[in-house]
Design a protein. Structure first.
Length: 176
């Protein structure tokens, strides 16, 4: 009697390699799109956070402005007991960090003022990506005039707050 060939069940090596190649192609297409959407979300959050900070400065000025002007630091707008000019309870602890930069959702935040003593007559907030090209690819700022702007030729992470004259210069920063 002739022996019949016994066929094994399962996938061949070629079939498995084809499946793996298809998965890698799909991942190569999907991952950059995911990173771009995450970066866009971080940038939108940075704009929203700057709006929150500017609104908080307006509330601080309305409450304490007669004697203090604007808040001198981001920590002065943060939580405290009691709520007073040194801790106005206007922003959460993440945005009211004691030392700058304050990290929040992939961006670092800085604050500065041209005033050196009470009353503080102006302010500028700067938002810069934690990692350029990964967590964001735009630098943003807003000042006491409350217009949000992005850096026109930004190409790197900033290491400090931009000055108010820089933020309000339309050759450097354009309005959103």
């Amino acid at each position: 009697m002739a022996k019949m060939a016994h066929r094994q069940k399962g996938f061949s090596l070629i079939e498995l390699l084809i499946v793996v190649a298809i998965i890698l192609i799909i991942a190569a297409i999907a991952i950059p799109n995911l990173l771009r959407s995450r970066q866009g979300a971080n940038e939108a959050n940075a704009v929203s956070t700057l709006r929150t900070l500017a609104t908080s400065q307006s509330a601080y000025y309305a409450t304490f402005g007669e004697l203090q002007g604007y808040a001198p630091t981001m920590a002065a707008m943060g939580p405290g007991t009691p709520c007073d000019p040194t801790h106005a309870c206007l922003v959460d602890g993440a945005l009211a960090c004691a030392t700058q930069p304050c990290l929040h959702t992939g961006y670092n935040y800085f604050m500065s003022s041209t005033s050196t003593a009470v009353p503080y007559t102006d302010y500028v907030f700067t938002a810069t990506p934690l990692t350029w090209g990964a967590t964001g690819s735009k630098n943003f700022c807003t000042s006491d005039e409350a217009m949000l702007r992005y850096e026109l030729n930004g190409s790197a992470v900033l290491t400090a707050a931009v000055t108010r004259p820089q933020c309000t210069n339309f050759a450097l920063f354009s309005g959103l």
